[in-house]
Design a protein. Structure first.
Length: 153
């Protein structure tokens, strides 16, 4: 019988990383408890620089529509409910419930005390060096419900 070779790539599978959020939450809680809140902020800044480097470049070159497209895609993958109001100078996100917080709560992960910084610090850092700024208008720590605003400086 001839040998049969099956070739698979990660792209062949649906990409979903929800348990990543639980690991991130544990890491944030550890950093806060061991090194203090400043260590969490510094870690999230570095994370944003590394992970969002291509997105930052698109934000510079294409503006808020590139960020809206990215955000829609993330919430579609995560199964989250999001409303996006967009024009050339401003984008407002209304998130009914954060999919990461929902997943962690449903699976017994502790949501880090500073979890809000995965939104605030990461998005503020994403906007540094671009024509845009970020502000977190509302945030519910229990559900992750939020209103976020990106705007032209």
């Amino acid at each position: 019988m001839p040998k049969e070779v099956m070739r698979r790539q990660a792209a062949d599978n649906e990409y979903l990383h929800k348990d990543f959020h639980g690991a991130m939450s544990c890491g944030i809680q550890y950093l806060q408890g061991t090194y203090g809140p400043e260590a969490v902020i510094e870690y999230l800044r570095r994370f944003s620089d590394a992970y969002h480097s291509p997105l930052k470049q698109k934000l510079i070159e294409q503006g808020l529509p590139a960020l809206a497209e990215y955000t829609r895609g993330i919430y579609e993958l995560e199964g989250g409910d999001i409303e996006i109001d967009l024009d050339d100078d401003e984008m407002v996100l209304r998130i009914a419930e954060c999919p990461a917080v929902k997943h962690m709560t449903e699976h017994g992960y502790r949501v880090a005390d500073m979890w809000v910084e995965t939104t605030r610090t990461v998005n503020e850092r994403l906007c540094e060096g671009t024509p845009f700024a970020f502000e977190l208008l509302e945030y519910d720590e229990r559900t992750g419900r939020s209103v976020q605003r990106f705007y032209r400086r």
